[in-house]
Design a binder for this molecule. Structure first.
Ligand code: ADP
Ligand code: MG
Ligand code: MG
Length: 251
């Protein structure tokens, strides 16, 4: 589903190399987790995949179902099936949440040559998904993320993901700032989307999210590279011992 090879990325504005050769392959139907110390490049990886400005790929490749992502505009990447749930969701004053969702869903359909979703079908779908995530009708009417709590913003990211039904979902620290109940809601939302045709890349600091969203593979990222990969037990090792042992071992 997602194939990243030897990806090197530097900042456009500064001569600072952030990703130093990332290799990662996420198969359809699987959940991969990325853990790693602060500043290791996890968010940068998610930004570069989704097409954020300010980064320069100096070497390597990233493809979604064989399509070179790095050649595409952000909206083309989304239409191709990539989705990023932001670590820090952005507030968009003046744009209603519902309008935003509907515009996004229909823009994607249009890009794929599909018909627009009817207003009735859209309302039905958004209400059902919102109910699962305990997002009330009032939050759907407010401007995107404006005045939402940290947990509400993260749940709203999952609502977007559920509505867009992407092929490859990247979640950047969706668990940070969530209380136990919100974490359960978010995890249930993600698990409901698990499907043989869909891949997940879950970036997290904490093993506890991975108790709910059981990963197939866990990677440790440090200083712009994936330095170790393993099964779910790797996340437990990190939770118990921190990163120091692993980083010493690979050094
Ligand atoms: P993580 O998500 O793993 O905590 P990031 O990808 O956010 O790490 O950051 C990796 C490194 O790159 C950090 O040292 C960070 O300060 C730096 N960095 C990322 N984006 C920028 C930027 N736009 N300007 C300056 N430094 C940046
Ligand atoms: Mg980050
Ligand atoms: Mg651009």
């Amino acid at each position: 589903m997602l194939e990243i090879k030897n990806l090197h990325v530097k900042l456009e504005e500064e001569d600072k190399q952030i990703l130093k050769g990332v290799d990662l392959s996420v198969e359809a139907g699987s959940v991969h987790a990325i853990m790693g110390p602060n500043g290791s490049g996890k968010s940068t990886l998610s930004y570069v995949l989704s097409g954020r400005d300010g980064y320069e790929v100096t070497e390597g490749s990233a493809a979604l179902e064989g399509v070179d992502l790095l050649e595409l505009e952000p909206e083309e990447r989304a239409a191709a099936g990539l989705f990023l749930a932001f670590q820090y969701p952005v507030e968009i004053p003046g744009v209603g949440n519902m309008t935003f969702l509907r515009t996004a869903v229909n823009a994607q359909r249009k890009a794929r040559g599909e018909e627009e979703m009817s207003a009735t079908d859209f309302l039905k779908a958004v209400r059902a998904r919102a109910k699962d995530l305990k997002i009330d009708a009032e939050m759907l009417k407010r401007p995107v993320n404006v005045g939402f709590s940290g947990g509400e913003k993260k749940r709203n990211e999952i609502l977007q993901m559920a509505m867009l039904a992407p092929k490859m979902c990247i979640l950047d620290e969706t668990d940070s700032g969530l209380d136990v109940d919100a974490m359960k809601l978010v995890s249930d939302g993600v698990n409901a989307l698990r499907d043989s045709g869909r891949g997940f890349l879950v970036i997290t600091h904490y093993q506890r999210l991975l108790d709910h969203i059981k990963p197939d593979v866990v990677h440790i990222m440090a200083d712009g590279r994936i330095v170790k990969s393993g099964g779910p037990e790797l996340a437990i090792e990190v939770e118990t011992n921190g990163y120091a042992d692993i980083l010493n071992e690979v050094a």
